[in-house]
Design a protein around this ligand. Structure first.
Ligand code: WQD
Length: 337
């Protein structure tokens, strides 16, 4: 059944893929984005993919008046909330910006939703809330530890949502803790397109494959992992988008809240990712072994069972499909430049 959905941060990496998945599922979607970390050409490409005009509001989640007007005027029935700052390193340098946008912005949004009587929200959280996990695969019951301001804002946001639900059981909240999003849409028209030099591994490997960077620095090869390099649970962004659609549908159908990891349940090391990308681009990908990156943990892998039980969600794409779709996307990006 079609619902009218507000997608904050919908021009961003995960947001834009979720936009396509929501439209494909028959929903009417309004994007609100300030384009601080998204190109203004994204909505046109979303229109190309979906074959439908895209409704975009150029705005900031810290603008309470805009949020209230949008929720009422657009008759929004549920919100999928991506709009946030998300770089761990940056959050160490700019903590107040992270609390302002991520916590202040969410507070504004929830207050505007309450006023408008819209009490269904899918919240984009992160595996970063686990800090240094005691166990891997890491279940949702694991202890939460803030290792940086970014992770702290996600823990605070989850706690805010919990107290809000306690204050008014009419609220239905889907909290999704993603692990490592990677890859791009099959059309190669949208994908990860970081504004500055990327921090994340996959876009950096992509830049080496494109000849834009000379080599990859492998941050540490002395971890307690099979090949000594860091292991992460990479999840294809199209699988991740589908997880959001299932979360939203569950809220609309049941009015019950849920909190789940979104990951594959299996990890890949840095060297395995580099090898997979080589298979995708058929080019040499030089790398050097470098010191560990401060704050990194050896292994981050999701326990993915709860999402399967609660939402019927299982990932369908593997690391080779993530690399192949990323390579097609960055090649197309260069061709269009
Ligand atoms: C992956 C692995 C690095 C770059 C981050 C955020 C997390 C989430 C996903 C938002 C690690 C290694 C990396 C490089 C390397 N974002 N690496 N050389 O740190 O697991 O998670 O992105 O929700 O919150 O913390 O991802 O891609 O930076 O690193 O060796 O040049 O690749 O050490 O083992 P990370 P990443």
């Amino acid at each position: 059944m079609s619902s009218r959905i507000l997608l904050t941060g919908g021009a961003g990496y995960v947001g834009s893929h979720t936009y396509v998945a929501l439209v494909d599922a028959g929903h009417e979607v309004v994007i609100l984005d300030n384009f601080s970390n998204a190109r203004r050409s994204v909505p046109d490409r979303l229109a190309q993919i979906t074959g439908r005009p895209v409704q975009v509001i150029d705005g900031d989640v810290r603008d309470a008046g805009l949020l209230s007007r949008t929720l009422v005027d657009q008759e929004i029935e549920a919100v999928v909330h991506f709009a946030a700052l998300k770089a761990v390193g940056e959050s160490m340098a700019r903590p107040l910006d992270y609390f302002d946008v991520n916590v202040g912005g969410l507070t504004n949004l929830l207050r505007a939703m309450e006023t408008a009587g819209c009490r269904r929200i899918v919240f984009s959280s992160s595996a970063t809330v686990y800090g240094v996990p005691d166990e891997t695969p890491t279940p949702e019951t694991a202890a939460l530890r803030a290792m940086n301001p970014y992770g702290q804002t996600k823990i605070m946001s989850e706690q805010m949502l919990g107290w809000l639900r306690q204050s008014n059981p009419d609220w239905a909240v889907g909290t999704l803790r993603y692990f490592n999003p990677a890859g791009a849409h099959g059309s190669a028209l949208i994908g990860e397109d970081p504004r500055d030099i990327p921090n994340n591994l996959m876009p950096l490997v992509a830049k080496v494959a494109m000849g834009e960077l000379e080599r990859i620095s492998v941050y540490g090869d002395d971890y307690d992992t099979p090949d000594g390099t860091g292991v992460r649970d990479y999840i294809h962004v199209e699988d991740l988008a589908r997880g959001h659609v299932l979360s939203l549908q569950s809220l609309l159908d049941t009015g019950e809240s849920h909190l789940v990891n979104l990951g594959t349940g299996r990890g890949h090391s840095v060297l395995e990712v580099i090898a997979a990308y080589k298979r995708a681009c058929n080019r040499d990908l030089p790398y050097t072994l470098a010191d560990r990156r401060p704050g990194d943990v050896p292994v981050y892998v999701a326990s993915a069972d709860k999402a399967a039980e609660v939402l019927g969600f299982r990932t369908e794409r593997d690391i080779d499909e993530m690399c192949a779709s990323s390579w097609a996307w960055v090649s197309n990006l260069k061709a269009r430049a």
